[in-house]
Design a protein around this ligand. Sequence first.
Ligand SMILES: *Cc1c(COP(=O)(O)O)cnc(C)c1O
Length: 384
Amino acid sequence: MTLKLPVYLDNNATTPMDPAVLEEMLPYFSEKFGNAASRTHSYGWEAEEAVDIARENIASVIGAHPQEIVFTSGATEAANLAIKGVWENNPDQKGHIITVVSEHKAVLDTCKYIERKGGSVTYLEIQPNGLVDLNDLEKAITAQTLLIAVMYANNETGVIQPIKAISAIAKAHGVIFFTDATQAVGKIPVDVQEDDIDLLAFSAHKLYGPKGVGALYVRKKNPTVTLTAQIEGGGHERNMRSGTLNVPGVVAFGKACEICGEKMASESLRLRSLRDHFEKQLLALQHIDINAVTAPRLPHATNISFHDIDGEKMIFEAGSDIAFSRSSACTSATLEPSYVLKAMGLSNELIHNTFRFSFGRFSTEQQVDHAVAVISKIVKEHRG
Ligand SMILES: *Cc1c(COP(=O)(O)O)cnc(C)c1O
């Protein structure tokens, strides 16, 4: 079989759509075009029924009730709604929020907004293995603390935080617990009851669905979480997010969650073995660090630092063979080293030689072997 190049190893950035998901959504662009809020004719009923089924499948993948799912444009909007919604719902608008330095920008930048509005935010540091220190968390809680926001799994390193222990601390202090689970849902078991989560953000395009649709889980009982809406309009989504539903997107999100629910167990085993094989081959090159290797990690992702190479050149040389991601982000003209890896204690120099490889449903052994061969050749050349 000929290999299509470059091999896609950036599934944490976005996943390709599953063909079954695309097939499911297509009719909702054409013959089944109804508005799910139209109550007076069959076009509306047909769309509403499809949304109901999708809502059940989406709720089911996180152990929620369908009425606890609020559709959004993605995880960024869901995180905004969770954090601003909780904070604005507290009458004196003075509340305190606790989050972590390694969160996604969707959470960090929303917390910055809260600070500009007069709120206070504690940004917890992380340990060298990427994990939050539970003692630090507990110590940061004050009488004003409204919300704890800690991501389920990190997009750069794959580190899985001790979510159950974190929610237990939040509960013990009567604090609402929000988790950005965008990288975890559909990949590893996530259960809002088991983990005692109050608010959870996730997104279709990270689990083989389309871009532009996501959801916020909002706990209905024990406790009932109430949010201030961030978009005014027709009162859709139980007054929490107005706007006509993206019916094709929601249908696709539902199908994507259904498939993830069916395949998660076998898929995570297969991807873990691909990932472990990949790491093992690269470790043979020596002077390589697998970051956060002592922490619980997502099975399909790895973050690797290569000593004694030129990271810039490696991206350039490998680019036509492998699509992967560098742990630095280009902001305007400068290359910003990853704040996540910085917080884990890596030097700027090493961060420039650090890369993320994330596998997915359509990754094959042949692709992984090709990536290993290309990287090995480049590393050996750089080291002369
Ligand atoms: C991708 C991602 C987001 C943003 O999701 P969108 O749906 O693209 O807005 C937020 N958090 C994490 C951890 C992510 O990986």
